[in-house]
Design a protein around this ligand. Structure first.
Ligand SMILES: Nc1ncnc2c1ncn2[C@@H]1O[C@H](COP(=O)(O)OP(=O)(O)OP(=O)(O)O)[C@@H](O)[C@H]1O
Length: 810
């Protein structure tokens, strides 16, 4: 089908597509058009990687807008939201407006109601529905990208419930679901009442094979000789082999290496740097040196230096421990073919369109806590990784290679991945943690007011489509309703379900009800060293299946975590009148409050390494009077270990709030800057939620707010005022304080030369800060800085001057 023959799109769009080089639709795209995707019909497209799914979505959305409607594009990762928005913005010249729904309520509000196409993660959409975003009712088309992720234990249920809700709110809503090739796309289509488009077609040839001894054996029977000697790892030989081949356009082949842990990503990148370094041109070396310097400036943690060191040689690693600036710099340079190889954990597998002629799946097993050992990856996941190779317009072909050390493993890899079909997707909805939060939200937003109505709503989910008997769902629903009722989140009068005030708040805050219960209990009980704790206020039955994870290596990068949704329900840091709260809560300490929020299922706790148990058991006894609620005894082994993991996580936050250097924290807890940022954001959100709950229940608000602000800025209490000024941040605040400027008032009145010296002679920064604090005349032009002091200070901080640290958010 020719693009110019497309109808129903805004004027000029078919021509624009032709100008982009899309003159002919790919076969799966043509099949989607035949199935009615441009006529408002629902379609599930289950097609291979790189087969142009985005255009199917665009055709659906643009034709919906042309008919006067409004479209929503649901992305699986937050990072993809801005990428997709940028992609769709090219339609603005044809009168189609585009908006992205970020975590920030301010920027979303009414403004999104004016957009034709809105891009958001499923968590964000769920949150917007809970908060009654007015434009949800106006949607006529919804696209779910990577719909196979309904199978994901943690995030799948949200996508599933969100789609079910949207379809219920808007009768006749066109639903377009884009999926990888999966085993049961027909069930997904049945669930969504959609036409199914299924195909094996791929625009660029992608060969899958296994490397063993001195050759890659491909699934199609062909072979490629790649010699490895004993001293060289196969991955190095394969990366070198790809780089040594130049395509017609003069591009050398880049590689993407998938490994199963951060440490492996870093060591692999280091090893591969020696392969890439010797193959760089002089210009590339110079550009990479510049990039490496930029990477070093991102943060002062060791990870920054480690990454910069390998990047200078043309290699990089990519994992969730990196700061997001690191990640985007690496992705961009890989896209520009400056970085020749990236060793990544699977976070990079989702949806990125990068030039990699060769994908090497080095680790096909991953540690699985539930299984208590290494577990092979799913076929679907490995196929998604492999699909990053050979992208249209970027490489002439793609190769995806698994590594085997013996012939038995080679056979297994062929069976498991090369020749295997991907698994069917299975709903993960009937689990207590998922239903706890979604059932409360469903009742709170008025979707269902009786048990039967709830079950009827759940009947519209994939779970119900897939399961003959809904007994399990009923059982879990009843147990969750009991839990919500026992914790005062729901009232049950004469069979009518109604959210209580606090239940409404919990739902709007996007909290797991179990987190809310834990926080409320902790604040009610108070520190164990006070008399309050003796009288445990409400006894809450524990719900099974907390989502708390002791996995220190979780890969949540880019997911829209609940903490990013906080803005939807909270009034952006609106200060409540402290005088309202009779109880000043002096007995609460920061460590106690951090420990409280770290115990909730909404926080990923740090993993206890060997030796940590003793360290944190000691710390627990040292600080036991500060901790909130009842501690488990050492005999309750699992609970006690969770308690200690939470304490380790809380200690990291406490260090951050005590101005411990970022690199010290990374070293002490074995984390990267991205982890610190992640933990800080989550804790900030949970404490903010804690403030709201405390306010409503007449519990102490002040200490919770103080604890929140201290991690928000990463400072001790005396710097809170200063660190809140834009562009100041934790390090500059400390330097100003040491120069005798202790508050905003001091800063407004301070001698400019003192400010300048404290800011290491950086005039622009000083001006910006003075302007932000409301100084009438912030100009530094007339100031003769005490040049000696400024120079000395600058020298003392050589190499790190002016760089933004993680604390420099403000
Ligand atoms: N009909 C077409 N003709 C030429 N190029 C096309 C056509 N359709 C899409 N493309 C290009 O193909 C590339 C891959 O498309 P896209 O990213 O949509 O694939 P995808 O199916 O979403 O892949 P994945 O699931 O692996 O992320 C893009 O660069 C896109 O511009």
């Amino acid at each position: 089908m020719r693009t110019e023959d497309l109808t129903g799109l805004p004027e000029g769009v078919p021509e624009a597509l032709c100008d982009e080089g899309i003159a002919e639709l790919y076969p799966p795209q043509a099949a989607a058009v035949e199935a009615g995707v441009t006529d408002g019909d629902s379609v599930v497209a289950s097609v291979p990687t790189a087969s142009g799914k985005t255009l199917i979505a665009e055709l659906a959305m643009l034709s919906a807008v042309q008919r006067g409607g409004k479209a929503l594009y649901i992305v699986p990762l937050r990072a993809l939201a801005s990428e997709k928005k940028a992609e769709f913005e090219r339609w603005e010249e044809f009168g189609v407006t585009v908006g992205v729904s970020t975590g920030n309520y301010e920027s979303d509000g009414e403004w999104l109601a004016t957009r034709d196409i809105i891009v958001a993660t499923s968590e964000k959409v769920d949150s917007l529905i809970r908060n009654n975003a007015p434009w949800i009712d106006d949607l006529t088309c919804v696209v779910a990208d990577e719909v196979h992720l309904v199978d994901d234990r943690n995030r799948g249920p949200t996508l599933e419930v969100t789609l079910a809700k949207l379809r219920r709110i808007n009768a006749g809503l066109q639903t377009v679901a884009l999926s990888a090739t999966v085993g049961n796309a027909d069930t997904v289509a049945e669930w969504l009442d959609a036409e199914l488009v299924q195909s094996d077609w791929r625009p660029i040839d992608l060969k899958m094979g296994v490397h063993f001894r001195n050759a890659v054996n491909f699934g199609d029977g062909s072979q490629r000789e790649v010699q490895t000697d004993r001293s060289e790892k196969a991955e190095s030989a394969l990366v070198a082999d790809a780089l040594d081949e130049t395509d017609d356009e003069g591009n050398r082949g880049s590689s993407l290496v998938f490994v199963n842990s951060r440490r492996n990503a870093e060591s692999s990148a280091k090893r591969l740097a020696s392969v890439t370094e010797s193959r760089l041109t002089g210009d590339e070396r110079a550009d990479l040196a510049e990039l490496a310097e930029e990477i070093r400036q991102v943060s002062d943690a060791d990870t920054s230096d480690d990454l910069a060191d390998v990047v200078a040689k043309g290699s990089a690693f990519h994992h969730a421990g990196l700061a997001s600036e690191h990640r985007s710099l690496v992705e961009q340079a890989f896209r520009d073919r400056l970085i020749k190889v990236v060793s990544a954990t699977p976070t990079l597998a989702a949806g990125v369109n990068t030039p990699s002629r060769r994908v090497i799946v080095r680790d096909w097993r991953r540690y699985d806590g539930d299984a208590g050992g290494m577990k092979p990856l799913d076929t679907l996941e490995v196929h998604q990784m492999c699909g990053r190779a050979g992208r249209p317009g970027l490489d002439p072909y793609g190769e995806a290679i698994l590594l085997a050390n013996d012939s038995e493993t080679m056979d297994e890899l062929f069976e498991r991945y090369v020749w295997a079909d991907p698994e069917p997707v299975r709903s993960k909805l009937a689990a207590e943690p998922a239903l706890r939060t979604h059932l409360l939200a469903t009742v709170a937003s008025g979707f269902a007011t009786t048990r039967d109505a709830l079950l009827e709503f759940l009947d519209q989910t994939l779970y119900a489509t897939q399961t003959e008997k809904s007994g399990r769902l009923e059982e879990v629903t009843d147990s969750v309703l009991d839990y919500l009722h026992a914790n005062d989140f729901l009232d049950r009068d004469d069979g009518t379900l109604k959210a209580t005030n606090i239940g409404h708040t919990v739902s709007r805050l996007y909290l797991d009800p179990m987190s809310a219960a834990e926080i409320i209990d902790g604040l009610e009980d108070g520190p164990r060293g006070t008399s309050k704790s003796a009288s445990a206020s409400r006894s809450r039955p524990a719900a099974a299946g907390s989502t708390a994870s002791a996995d220190g290596d979780e890969e949540t990068a880019g997911f829209q975590t609940a903490s990013e949704l906080a803005g939807d329900a909270t009034e952006d840091d609106s200060e409540t009148d402290d005088a309202d709260t009779a109880d000043t809560g002096d007995e609460f300490t920061e460590l106690g409050l951090y420990h409280l929020v770290c115990r909730t299922p909404d926080m990923y706790q740090l993993y206890l390494k060997s030796g940590d148990k003793t360290t944190y058991t000691e710390l627990n006894y040292e600080h036991e009077d500060e901790l909130l609620g009842r501690a488990p005894t050492e005999w309750q082994e699992a609970e006690f270990e969770d308690w200690l993991s939470a304490l380790k996580t809380a200690k990291l936050l406490d260090d951050w709030a005590s101005e411990v250097d970022e690199d010290r924290i990374c070293e002490r807890y074995g984390v990267g800057p991205g982890d610190i940022r992640g933990k800080v954001e989550t804790a900030e959100w949970l404490l903010r939620a804690g403030e709201q709950l405390a306010q409503e229940l007449d519990l102490p608000v002040v200490p919770v707010r103080r604890a929140r602000k201290r991690i928000e800025y990463g400072v001790r209490e005396e710097l809170l005022d200063l660190a809140g000024v834009r562009n100041v941040g934790r390090k500059r605040a400390r330097r100003l304080f040491e120069a005798g400027i202790e508050s905003r008032v001091d800063l407004r009145d301070a001698d400019k030369s003192v400010v300048l010296a404290a800011l290491r002679g950086r005039e622009k920064t000083a001006e910006r800060i003075l302007e932000n604090v409301g100084r009438q005349d912030p100009s530094m032009e007339t100031v003769e800085a005490d040049s000696e002091t400024a120079a000395e200070a600058a020298e003392a901080d050589a190499g790190r001057d002016g760089q933004a640290s993680l604390g420099d958010f403000g």
